[in-house]
Structures are given as C-alpha cells and as structure tokens.
Design a protein around this ligand. Structure first.
Ligand SMILES: NC(=O)c1ccc[n+]([C@@H]2O[C@H](COP(=O)([O-])OP(=O)(O)OC[C@H]3O[C@@H](n4cnc5c(N)ncnc54)[C@H](OP(=O)(O)O)[C@@H]3O)[C@@H](O)[C@H]2O)c1
Length: 326
C-alpha cells in the first residue's frame, strides 16, 4: 500500500458480537485499514478488538483527530444519532444495518453527509459478496427480462433473553434485524422500483417487538413477498423471477461467508434449462471495509449507495406502519 495513503485510520463504536466476530477481524486482516480507537463500555472487550488502539467512550472516538472513518456497531436506535455526530465531526461512516430506524432520520443523515462531503455507508455486507454482485449485474443488464416476482426471506433462531433485538427501545424486532436484508434484495431485484406494501402478517409480537413478519408488496410492476423472523426456523432465500429467466440463491442467501462456496442457479424461462454458477468462499466483510477505505482515499470502489439504504428504510417504515401498536 506504499504511496497510496493507506492504511485508512478507523475508529469503532461498540465492541459487541458483530465487531468481535466479523468486522474487527476483517479490519485486522486488511492492509488498507488500521483500527486506531475503540469506544466501548467495556475496556476489556475493546482491548480484545484492537490491542494497540486507544480506548474510551464513543464521544472520544468521534472527537479523535486521528480517526478518519467511524464504524458504528451499536444497537439500531443509536445508529443515526452517532452517525450524525461523526459526520458533523468530519468523519466518514460505515454504519451497521439498518442505517436508521426511520426513513426520515436516514434522510437527515444522508443530507448531513452530503453537506460535509463525507461517505456514509450502510454495512449491508452481503451486497459485497461476488454472488450478490453477479446477481445484481444480471438483473441490471436485463438478462432476466422483466422481473415479475421476488421472494426473499431471512429467518433465524436463538436470540438470547436480554438481547437488544427483543427491546423495542433499542430498535429490536425482525423487520429491523433481518427484514432489511430481504427488502434490499427486493430493491436490487426490481431496480429500486417504487414499493407499495399490500399486506402484512405479523405472527408473534412480544414486548412490543415483532418476531415473524410476512409482507406482500408491489415494486413497480413486480410482486414481492418478504419474510423476516428472529424466532426461527433457520432459513434464508432469494428468488427472482423474470420473463426470460429465474435466479435462485443457494442457502444461506445472505450470510454466505468463509465457510463454503455459494451458488446461484440461473434458469431460462423458455427452455427450462438451468445452470449453476459457483462462487468460492470469501469474506464480504473484508471486501466491505476495503471498499470503504478505498473510497475514503478517493479510489473507485463500489459501496451501497445511500439512496438504496433510504429505499430500504422507507420500505421498513411502510411495513411497520401496518403494525399496531407501533
Ligand atoms: N452485518 C452483520 O452481519 C451483522 C450481524 C449482527 C448484527 N449486526 C448489526 O450490528 C449491530 C450490533 O449488533 P450485535 O449483534 O453486535 O449486538 P451486541 O453484541 O448486543 O452489541 C451491541 C453493542 O451496542 C452497544 N450498546 C450501547 N448501548 C447499548 C444498550 N443500551 N444495550 C445494549 N448494547 C448497547 C454495546 O457496546 P459496548 O458495550 O461495547 O459499549 C454493545 O456491545 C446491530 O445494528 C445489528 O443490526 C450486523
């Protein structure tokens, strides 16, 4: 990286599971980034993430002149408030999904980022997987013809008692946690067509938090069904049906990672012939942090555009608006 101005200096807010299990190791593994500060309530967890980094509160990281990018890995309610603080301090931001808990606050954040001339990127990490990039390119290139139906779902089990996902004050619930992934698949599959939520079924609603949700939608001229559950079964799928062909992701559709290869079945509508394209195991978290680091240095790299995060936030709003009470 000599002569490129790399590595980029990162600060992290929060030292919870996603940091220790995925993004911290990705940042440690790349030569494009170095973690210089970690903000956490727990100095031991902070030290485990990046032993050489300074430690303090979240505000210390945001104010640290050495930090160029702030990665926000806090509970969902805290994303926009801390991202705004970082942007207003002139920092670039990589923020965990969902970018915010209301579309309105996401818009405020994106406007603030544009004013400050900094990047704000949602860490919707599956979007960096080569399989997802390939599927998006097939749709965008018209290979499937006109997309007529999309089915996407993300369901898992094992949320422990006390987890913020079960707390409505912290942005808990299935739609925020995993619905945002499934909705984003509807977004790219329909090229971000105007979304209308036609019906919502909510099964299980504990302590103000949604556990299982099915939403039936229209996105432009396509129909879509989105499912999200934080109370099982464990399943993830993406199917995109077009007039000329259908795409099916092998499971897991969203969390394909270093454990194994991922595949994509492409079926031709007229002949029914199908071809399976295979993508080697990889680390999309690392591709994500590398892309953000490159962008910060003015290099060409794809990141999730803010407009797409806003589309997802509006879709989440439209689903949650049908819940009662909210
Ligand atoms: N991209 C992915 O694959 C992926 C996977 C899982 C989660 N996520 C996202 O990452 C974020 C964090 O999820 P996680 O699974 O890492 O959760 P977690 O282990 O519970 O960590 C959340 C962190 O938020 C901080 N926090 C601040 N106020 C809090 C409060 N009142 N209650 C609980 N925590 C509080 C804590 O940081 P300190 O104690 O260190 O200060 C805590 O470690 C969420 O937005 C989630 O949607 C992304």
């Amino acid at each position: 990286v000599t002569g490129t101005g790399l590595p980029v200096r990162w600060g992290i807010l929060g030292a919870g599971r996603i940091v220790s299990g995925a993004v911290g190791p990705a940042l440690a593994a790349t030569d494009r980034a170095v973690v210089v500060a970690v903000g956490s309530h727990d100095p031991e967890r902070a030290a485990a993430v990046a032993p050489a980094a300074t430690r303090g509160g979240y505000g210390d990281v945001v104010a640290d002149p050495d930090v160029e990018v702030v990665y926000i890995a806090l509970t969902n309610d805290a994303h926009v408030p801390w991202a705004l603080r970082a942007v207003r301090a002139g920092k670039h931001v990589l923020c965990e999904k969902p970018l915010g808990v209301r579309a309105e606050e996401v818009e405020v954040l994106l406007d603030a980022a544009a004013d400050a001339g900094v990047e704000v990127v949602e860490a919707s990490w599956y979007r960096w997987h080569p399989r997802t990039r390939h599927a998006e390119a097939l749709v965008a290139g018209g290979d499937l013809g006109e997309v007529v139906d999309v089915r996407a779902g993300f369901s898992f089990s094992g949320v422990p008692a006390g987890d913020y996902r079960l707390d409505p004050e912290r942005g808990g619930g299935a739609v925020y946690d995993v619905g945002c992934y499934a909705l984003s698949a509807v977004g790219w599959a329909t090229r971000w067509a105007a979304l209308e939520v036609v019906g919502v079924e909510q099964l299980g609603h504990v302590g103000g938090v949604d556990l299982h949700v099915t939403a039936r939608c229209r996105a432009g001229t396509a129909t879509a069904e989105v499912r999200a559950s934080i109370d099982g079964p464990d399943a993830q799928w993406i199917e995109v049906v077009g007039s000329r062909g259908t795409l099916r992701f092998s499971p897991p559709a969203f969390t394909a990672w270093t454990a194994g290869a991922a595949s994509l079945e492409v079926e031709e509508a007229t002949t029914g012939r199908s071809e399976t394209r295979t993508f080697p195991a990889c680390n999309p978290y690392r591709s994500m942090v590398d892309a953000v680091s490159d962008r910060v240095r003015g290099r060409d790299a794809w990141v999730v555009p803010g407009s797409e995060s806003l589309w997802v936030a509006r879709a989440v709003d439209a689903i949650l608006a049908r819940f009662s009470p909210r």
